[in-house]
Design a protein around this ligand. Structure first.
Ligand code: SF4
Length: 88
């Protein structure tokens, strides 16, 4: 698989989240550079593309903020965001 197309705008990929470099590189290899479909961040942004996104500006800012702090393996946080998007 090729590099995730979201890497240029991804705070995780751009090393803006707190993580040791060794772990960050392992996660990039596991997700960004080989299997973006498994990435929690990617899954949430795909939901947004499919229209599951809050129309309310405050809620959408909250979602963007949560996603911006997520790691690729943050599945619990992703499930929480996705379930809220589906309700809303
Ligand atoms: S963390 Fe997820 S969304 Fe970001 S570049 Fe990697 S695979 Fe893509």
């Amino acid at each position: 698989m090729e590099l995730c197309e979201k890497s240029d705008a991804c705070s995780f990929f751009k090393n803006q989240l707190r993580l040791t470099p060794a772990i960050s590189e392992k996660l990039k290899a596991l997700y960004c550079k080989s299997n973006k479909a498994r990435c929690a961040r990617y899954k949430v942004t795909q939901m947004a593309i499919k229209g599951f996104y809050p129309a309310d500006e405050k809620a959408s800012t909250l979602v963007e903020s949560m996603v911006g702090q997520m790691y690729p393996h943050d599945y619990e946080k992703a499930e929480l965001v996705i379930s809220n998007l589906q309700k809303g």
